[in-house]
Design a protein around this ligand. Sequence first.
Ligand SMILES: Cc1cc2nc3c(=O)[nH]c(=O)nc-3n(C[C@H](O)[C@H](O)[C@H](O)COP(=O)(O)OP(=O)(O)OC[C@H]3O[C@@H](n4cnc5c(N)ncnc54)[C@H](O)[C@@H]3O)c2cc1C
Length: 259
Amino acid sequence: MDLAKEKFYRARIVWRKDIAADLWSIRVQPPAEFRFLPGQYATLGVLTADKHIERPYSIVSSPYESELEFFLELVPSGELTPALHGLGVGDELTMRKLAKGRFTLDREVRRNHLLVCTVTGVAPFISYIRTLYRDAQENRFPEGHRLYLLEGASRSWEFGYGEELRRIADEVSWLKYVPTVSRPWEDRNWTGEVGRVDDLIRKYTHLWELAPATTSTYLCGHPKMIENGHGILLRGGWTKEQMKEEIYFVPKARVPVST
Ligand SMILES: Cc1cc2nc3c(=O)[nH]c(=O)nc-3n(C[C@H](O)[C@H](O)[C@H](O)COP(=O)(O)OP(=O)(O)OC[C@H]3O[C@@H](n4cnc5c(N)ncnc54)[C@H](O)[C@@H]3O)c2cc1C
């Protein structure tokens, strides 16, 4: 396939960090300019002997960075991620030339932003935060905006960006960060918040005094978390227009067992 004539780049992996057995981050160097807004996704793919497999991936890095970063989860039964997991520094993957998505930070209407995610769903939020961090250093921070991030995982070693987030949250006044672990019995040294992230929405909106009139919400990652989080926010007075959602996959339909 002649990619040069197509809608794709070949992008080289220039960095890889393994975070857990099924989680890793990569940085790729696009061969030409790749424009995107924080929160958008790129379409990555691999070419096999008989087909081109592609999937969307939220961009972790900020547009201020020259390389594009992604946070990936291996789905052992999946079509693309086992192939992606096999790639290392120096290998190439395909990347569509255009970024897509509307999961961007709404800077116009409300100044508080409640960000809720599971595992790799933190990716677009890292892009928001890295961008705002740089904006703040260059006196371009949007006045009065505040980010409140609730991040869920089964165990603490799945927080691929936990250290970076903690460091920034300790340094700036505009970011609050609470990671939570849903399987503390498998993570004996964890001393932070426990429970599923959607179950903490009520507690933290109350604690942080986040009201629907002044707060936009963003849910990203696992479909079940988004469904539950959506319901909790609706019951808390938020409307659909104030909620952005990025659902990473559609769960396989359960095949009914006949007896
Ligand atoms: C806008 C958008 C952004 C995304 N960003 C990211 C990202 O930053 N990082 C990332 O890792 N993924 C992200 N995804 C998910 C990604 O696009 C793929 O769906 C995922 O990597 C699985 O691809 P696959 O080809 O290996 O599995 P598939 O062959 O597509 O799926 C096989 C089966 O596994 C199920 N499945 C898919 N993903 C999961 C999962 N995570 N957990 C459990 N079951 C699953 C599917 O429902 C399907 O039944 C994003 C999805 C969307 C829509």
